[in-house]
Structure formats: structure tokens, C-alpha cells
Design a protein around this ligand. Structure first.
Ligand SMILES: Cc1cc2nc3c(=O)[nH]c(=O)nc-3n(C[C@H](O)[C@H](O)[C@H](O)COP(=O)(O)OP(=O)(O)OC[C@H]3O[C@@H](n4cnc5c(N)ncnc54)[C@H](O)[C@@H]3O)c2cc1C
Length: 455
């Protein structure tokens, strides 16, 4: 494989992870980023989602550990948070049932998005054949006959220039211009699948008084009766990120008082009291997320050699399930495997391979979103049956730590969804639901869940 120079467009989590695996095969890897990057964690314009709660699921953490051994523990040494005691995890996927704190699962690393990205970037910079060029806007592709041979870029205050490459990987996020560039080059645009959700996040970084909130991580999801949720995460060096979200018109005005009132609909009183007394460390930020959107590069009949599309540029998921970075990490493993087999038909093989983790995440997200009556879309019988079963799983997970652990591992990409439907799991779920009905005959037994496990 004549692997000389690869260029990655975008230094978000997707671009950094792609660059890491490319560095094992290409003589040189250049990551081109529009933003100016600091050496210390900071929120930046190109990643506005970094101002909102970002969870790294254990499935994604495993990949980061494989690609950057010891990094996550290093982040803990530098002041990061690691959730070890599940009594400190208040996780109500459907806003009603709390997963049993007695579940036996691995620790969860809890870096903020800027902290994680800075750590990964620093490790990447240590590789001799990787260069990160910031303040550099990619404005187009350069072609050599039928293949992509580089990119056109504009550095701050300079004229446009061309950078030659044997492979270009577009990891510029949801705003990726590859569909437009393909059309300009005479190719079809990829087909798109979309499920409109209109979720709005409102967040603020704060400092809480010591020991007023025992929970290191709180995640309270929405359900059919309540289109709102919240998260509170202990981040590095005594900072906490407080996020509320809602569907459609359910969102606070962008001020802290309104956030508190909104959160009081779902959060326990001690948390609201602590947040009321919190010291603000940043302004209130908002983010509107219109739709789950998947671009079907895996279904294109013609695609130029020398180009790949990666991460959110290929598929963006409802952020409330925290899947994006983990799916990008799984795509990095697919890319590594494809590169090991040479560069022949690389795009076709990569898109087909990446379609597998994307499909799994897509099914979970869409399945969970369509359990909510305020999300429009078809609900075939298998989906309704699955969501009804997931509702029963969550009822069971409240008191059965084995069911809780299995649900958590599936949601976190540590185990595959069929593991929730083994005969022993079904038996536990049925028994726990019978028990719950006996103990609380008046209660509604199964709330259709907005949980991260779909079809
Ligand atoms: C509100 C919100 C909350 C989220 N919460 C979670 C969570 O809890 N857990 C999780 O795993 N995921 C979460 N995600 C998703 C996650 O942020 C992404 O999936 C993940 O970062 C991978 O994205 P990416 O690297 O493909 O794109 P991005 O992170 O969007 O990065 C794209 C990069 O490309 C750069 N760029 C763009 N255009 C150009 C250009 N023309 N030239 C040069 N550079 C360019 C940008 O500056 C940026 O650095 C959330 C997303 C949102 C919106």
C-alpha cells in the first residue's frame, strides 16, 4: 500500500480518533482544523456541544483505552472524575425507574468534552508523523482524474492553497460539505434518513458547595408524559455541568432561574437547592438539535477513491443518549481493520463496515425516540413490542441489579442488544414485573420507555 500522506478534516473527537489509526499506516497524517486550538481545555466555536453535558460511554472508553493506553487514568490524575460507586449514579432512563445502584459494572470515566478532547489531542501530537494544523479552513476537494488527491484550504489571512494527499477523511461534523462537493464533481449526493426530534439543550458550568450533591452523575430521561430531562455531572477540578433539555416547545428561556424552574420538574429537591446556591463559572448556553440524520454513503454506487467520511459527518444521533463519540470510536476500529487489508476499494469497505455500529446506535436511538408520542414517525409492531419490553426491563432494573447491569452495558455499547433478550433475562424481567404488580397493584406497570434500547 503506497500510503504516504493522509489528511483529516476537523479535529473533533471523530477526526482525532481517525488520525490515530491512520498514523499506523500512513507516513504522514495532517489534521486540518478551522478553530484556533489552545493547549489547555477550552470551549470552542467549532464544537459548541462542548458546553453541554457529554458522557463517554464505557464502550467508547474501551476504544480510547486501546488507542491511547492509560489516557483516561491520566485524565483522572489531572483532576478528572471517575464514577466507581454506583450509589452515586442517579440514572433514570425513563425519568421514572432508577437503575439499581447495586448493579455491578465497570467504573465510568467522566471527562468534560473539552478535557477529553485536549487529552486525546495531546497524545496525538506525541506521534512523530502527525501534525495538527489549526486556524485552517477547508474550502474544497482537489481531484486527480477520478480520485480525490487533496484539499483546498484557507489559512487565516492568507490566500487559498492546495494540500496534496493520498487519502482525505472528512470529519467536519454535521455541517460536512461532502454531499455538496460530490455533486459538484458529478457524483450523486448520499441518500439521507432523518427522524425529526427538535431537542433543545440549555446548560451552565457551575461550582457547587462541597458535599451538597452526593451523586457524581445524574441523568434523568424523558418519557411519553414528560418531554423533559436533565443531567448533572461532576467534572474536573470541582466543576459541575448542569444541563436541562426538552422536546419541541418544552424548553427554558436561556437564563439560570428558568433552568432551575425547568429542572425542578424532574430533579430531586436537594439538587435544585444546591444548584440555586451554585457559583456560575460560565454563561448559560443553548443548543438546538433538529433531527437524527444518517447519510447513506454505504449505499452509494459511485464514490471517488481517496475520500472517506467519518463521525457526525456520516451520522448524527439524538445527543440525549450520549452515543456520538462512542460510535466515532467504533468507526475508528473499523477503519483500522480496513486499512490492514490495504487501500483497494477502501471507501466501499469502510462505509459497509461502519454501517454496522451506526445501525446498532441508530436502532437504539430511533427506537427510544419513537417511544415518545411527540416524535413523529412510523411505529411498526416490532418496535412497539420492543419498547413495551424495554419498559418492563426498566421496571425490573429498579430492584434487580443483574437486569440493571445488563441494561446499562447494552446502552453503553459494552454488550449487544440481543443480550437483553436471553431466556434468563426474560425470566428475571417477567418475575420482577409480577412482583412489582403485587406490591403496587394500583401503579401503572409498564411505562413505555424513552430508553436507549430500541428494536
Ligand atoms: C448537544 C450535544 C450533546 C452531545 N452529547 C454527547 C454525549 O453525551 N456523548 C457523546 O458521545 N456524544 C455526544 N454528542 C455527539 C458528539 O459531540 C459527536 O458525535 C462527536 O464529537 C463526534 O463528532 P465529530 O468529530 O464527527 O464532529 P465535531 O465534534 O462536530 O467536530 C467537527 C470538527 O470539524 C471542524 N470543522 C468543521 N468545518 C471545518 C472546515 N471547513 N475546515 C476545518 N475544520 C472544520 C470543527 O471546528 C470541529 O472541530 C453530543 C452532541 C451534541 C450536539
Amino acid at each position: 500500500m503506497g500510503a504516504e500522506h493522509a489528511i483529516v478534516l476537523g479535529a473533533g473527537m471523530g477526526g482525532l480518533l481517525a488520525a490515530r489509526v491512520l498514523a499506523d499506516v500512513y507516513d504522514r497524517v495532517t489534521v486540518v482544523e478551522r478553530d484556533q486550538l489552545a493547549r489547555t481545555p477550552h470551549s470552542r466555536r467549532g464544537v459548541p456541544q462542548g458546553r453541554h453535558v457529554h458522557g463517554l460511554l464505557p464502550g467508547g472508553a474501551h476504544v480510547i483505552e486501546e488507542l491511547f493506553p492509560g489516557l483516561l487514568e491520566e485524565l483522572v490524575d489531572w483532576g478528572g472524575t471517575k464514577l466507581v460507586d454506583y450509589a452515586r449514579f442517579r440514572f433514570l432512563p425513563d425519568g421514572v425507574h432508577r437503575l439499581s445502584p447495586e448493579m455491578d459494572v465497570e467504573p465510568v470515566y467522566q471527562p468534560s468534552r473539552p478535557f477529553l478532547e485536549t487529552g486525546v489531542r495531546a497524545r496525538l501530537r506525541e506521534l512523530a508523523n502527525v501534525e495538527i494544523v489549526d486556524g485552517c479552513d477547508v474550502v474544497g476537494l482537489v481531484t486527480e482524474g477520478a480520485r480525490v488527491g487533496g484539499v483546498r484550504v484557507v489559512r487565516r489571512g492568507a490566500a487559498a492553497e492546495e494540500l496534496a494527499a493520498d487519502l482525505v477523511v472528512d470529519a467536519t461534523g454535521r455541517g460536512s460539505r461532502t454531499p455538496m462537493w460530490l455533486a459538484e464533481l458529478g457524483y450523486d449526493r448520499p441518500g439521507e434518513e432523518e427522524v425529526v426530534i427538535d431537542v433543545r439543550y440549555t446548560s451552565r458550568l457551575v461550582r457547587l458547595a462541597p458535599d451538597v450533591v452526593p451523586e457524581t452523575l445524574t441523568v434523568i430521561g424523558s418519557n411519553p408524559d414528560r418531554p423533559v430531562g436533565m443531567a448533572l455531572a461532576a467534572y474536573e477540578n470541582g466543576t459541575w455541568l448542569f444541563t436541562v433539555y426538552g422536546y419541541g416547545d418544552e424548553h427554558p428561556t436561556p437564563d439560570y432561574e428558568s433552568m432551575l424552574e425547568f429542572a425542578a420538574r424532574v430533579a430531586p429537591a436537594h439538587m435544585i437547592a444546591a444548584l440555586r446556591e451554585a457559583e456560575p463559572l460560565d454563561d448559560v448556553s443553548t443548543f438546538r438539535f433538529r433531527a437524527n440524520r444518517r447519510r447513506r454513503y454505504d449505499r452509494m454506487r459511485r464514490f471517488p477513491e481517496g475520500l472517506l467520511v467519518f463521525g457526525d459527518a456520516m451520522c448524527g444521533f439524538n445527543p440525549i443518549y450520549g452515543q456520538g463519540m462512542t460510535v466515532a470510536a467504533l468507526e475508528a476500529l473499523v477503519l483500522r481493520e480496513c486499512l490492514r487489508r490495504g487501500d483497494r476499494q477502501l471507501a466501499r469497505r469502510f462505509f459497509r463496515g461502519a454501517a454496522k455500529p451506526i445501525q446498532m446506535a441508530w436502532n437504539m436511538t430511533i427506537g427510544a425516540d419513537l417511544a415518545l408520542p411527540y416524535v413523529a414517525g412510523p411505529r411498526p409492531l416490532p418496535l412497539r413490542l420492543m419498547n413495551s419490553y424495554v419498559g418492563r426491563v426498566l421496571t425490573a432494573a429498579e430492584h434487580d441489579p443483574v437486569v440493571a447491569a445488563r441494561f446499562f452495558k447494552v446502552s453503553a455499547f459494552v454488550e449487544k442488544p440481543p443480550r437483553l433478550m436471553t431466556p434468563s433475562m426474560i425470566a428475571r424481567v417477567v418475575a420482577a414485573n409480577r412482583r412489582a404488580r403485587r406490591l403496587a397493584p394500583a401503579a401503572t406497570p409498564d411505562v413505555p420507555a424513552a430508553s436507549p434500547v430500541g428494536r
